[in-house]
Write a new protein. Structure first.
Length: 407
């Protein structure tokens, strides 16, 4: 049974488009930078940040804070600094540890050292023996939030393809996401354990796949809820994002469009690697029942292996009279004279799905490591079933096809 209360919140898709990339006259969504800037600037009491990394300033890469490439990240860092120093806001940051690259945690550490932010870190190698803190969201005043693929990193503002959602004036969903943040915060305490008692002590989810929140988006009704990973951290009633993804794929009727950086039906980072067919099998079921399937991926990590898996799916094209599947590699054009440190960052980093009536915007790459390997992730699931009243679904479909046909 759905919650009967209808919230007139504001929800919009936001994107990062790499510099020097143009889609002609096609209108673009609001930028990730604008979304973050508005959240931080308009916050009144509290900012909560869950981050895989905190590298907003270019100094960690270039050794020079005045690099034009990192200007937008520098501005967000200054906004956060001002929020704590001059406006007295409470700022809490929880991020992954240990960092993958030099400088990945530097800006959260810098904010904490000024005394304006409380920074904690999650080391899942110690807590679970595997995994990373891979969630990416920013909440203000338990009313507003950003959730999506973008890291708290200057490169996610102008070098990578990123996509997320900006939600404002929605205390129901913002409180739900704040509870997820609270679970992370609890796990940062010494001797914290991700056991049954930890899960039972978490706030019960108000909304899930069986009981979504009904909101108005651009004048049209939509059912929405948050889903998270890993399941061993999920509190009572919280939907596992893997289940949300497979359910959405299984419910697709005419089309299934997927845009993810990494697609591996494996535990790709495990030693030894293991086969993990959960999402792959769901996609194969969709192909065989006649759903039009298109997949965009980056083929950045382990490209030969990734291409083999995509080719395996494409082998089902024409397997039945209605089977249609095609996959493309999305490669962001890069000038040959661009510094190596920038060339490797220009990629698609998106993690979204769109079907006939549902959109999923998440923070996880598609391999077993992110759903069953101990890593955290979060996703917002949006369903619009009214015919001719699916503005978010239509917008996301158009975004996918824009990217598809630009190749």
């Amino acid at each position: 049974m759905k919650i009967q209360k209808i919230c007139f919140s504001r929800l919009e898709i936001v994107e990062s488009i790499p510099e020097n990339i143009s889609f002609g006259d096609i209108p673009l969504p609001r930028s990730t930078y604008d979304a973050w800037n508005s959240l931080v600037s308009e916050s009144k009491s509290e900012i909560l940040i869950a981050a895989y990394k905190s590298s907003l300033r270019g100094i960690h890469v270039f050794g020079d804070q005045n690099q034009s490439f990192s200007r937008k990240g520098e501005e967000i860092f200054k906004k956060l600094l001002d929020s704590g120093l001059n406006r007295g806001l409470s700022i809490k940051i929880v991020e992954n540890y240990p960092p993958k690259d030099k400088g990945d945690n530097a800006d959260a550490v810098a904010l904490a050292e000024t005394g304006i932010a409380t920074r904690r870190y999650l080391n899942f190698q110690k807590i679970l023996g595997r995994g990373t803190m891979h969630s990416k969201f920013l909440i203000t005043d338990k009313q507003n939030f950003y959730l999506g693929s973008a890291n708290l990193d200057w490169r996610s503002l102008n070098q990578k393809m990123e996509l997320g959602v900006l939600v404002k004036s929605c205390p129901c969903l913002a409180t739900e996401l704040s509870n997820v943040f609270g679970a992370y915060w609890t796990l940062t305490q010494p001797n914290a354990k991700a056991n049954a008692q930890f899960r039972e002590n978490q706030q019960k989810a108000m909304f899930n796949s069986e009981n979504p929140l009904v909101i108005q988006i651009k004048g049209s009704p939509a059912s929405v809820y948050l889903a998270t990973s890993p399941p061993q951290l999920n509190g009572p009633g919280r939907t596992w994002d893997l289940h949300a993804i497979t359910k959405t794929i299984d419910n697709a009727k005419t089309f299934l469009y997927i845009h993810v950086m990494d697609y591996f039906p494996m535990f790709i980072y495990a030693k030894p690697r293991k086969y993990w067919p959960v999402i792959d099998n769901a996609i194969r079921r969709a192909i065989l029942r006649g759903v039009e399937v298109k997949i965009l991926a980056a083929a950045l990590h382990h490209p030969r292996l990734g291409l083999r898996f995509l080719s395996s799916l494409e082998a089902l094209n024409g397997a039945t009279s209605k089977s249609t599947i095609s996959a493309k590699i999305f490669k962001v054009p890069t000038a040959l004279d661009l510094a190596t440190v920038l060339r490797r960052e220009r990629r698609t980093h998106n993690k979204f799905v769109v079907t006939d009536d549902t959109v999923i915007v998440g923070t996880s790459n598609w391999s077993g490591d992110y759903f069953e390997g101990g890593s955290t992730g979060a996703a917002l699931i949006i369903t619009q079933t009214e015919k001719h009243q699916r503005p978010i679904v239509d917008e996301m479909k158009n975004i996918f096809l824009r990217d598809w046909y630009c190749l």
